[in-house]
Design a protein around this ligand. Sequence first.
Ligand code: HEM
Length: 223
Amino acid sequence: MIPKKGMIKVSDAFERIVHWFLAISCIILMISGLGMMFQSFNFLGTIVGGLKNLKIIHNFTGLIFGISLLFSIRVWWKEAGVFDFPDDLEWIKCAGGYLWHVDKVPETGKYNPGQKAFFLAVVIFGIIMFISGLIMWFPLGFSAGMVRFMFFLHALGFVVIFPFFFIHLYLGTIGVPGSAPAIFTGYVTRSWCEKQCPKWLKEMEEEGKLEVYGEEKEAPAHH
Ligand code: HEM
């Protein structure tokens, strides 16, 4: 997958590395977690030499997820962590045109409110997963009741992140065609940007910050 001339840079190498550390650790956690939780998935333990090994894989992957999450907050907070009212509210009211026909979908910045919701769910419930997981791993002086509550929080985080992941996977691939290159090469087409992040595109062009494949950086439109 090589970018074509005229494609627009939407993510740098660091952002893409952080995405894949977060994504792959999250997927390993979901699969290994299921393997420990349900008898019908216990065979996943057999593949790695027993449930004990599956637990070791799960716990250490959790540490990688925690670190990736910190970097993710740093990378995406400004563009995906804060809602931009009133524009985002208008987008939410028509569900971004994803669920029924909408003549004119309100323009969004780099990430739309749906993506912001996913990001925030991963941040909030990711932190809950990380802390509850650590306490389950090292109960130290915590009371039995407290540790049991951590098992509940851990399951709650899974119930939120797991379905959201499938929505993200679908939209990032076949749902919104042309998105996947954003986290593989970092470049997407201009028409994708015009539809997915028109406000961001305009801002970048005005500020002369837009990076176009095969072109020198554009000169600022005005100062
Ligand atoms: C293999 C599966 C995955 C694919 C194909 C995928 C695809 C994508 C794509 C295309 C984007 C860029 C969207 C854009 O620029 O508009 C993105 C962003 C992002 N991805 Fe993934 N992703 C996957 C798994 C994950 C997982 C498991 C997580 C976290 C638990 C995750 C977290 C994020 C976050 C936080 C962003 C940036 C903000 C946002 O779009 O909400 N991704 N992903």
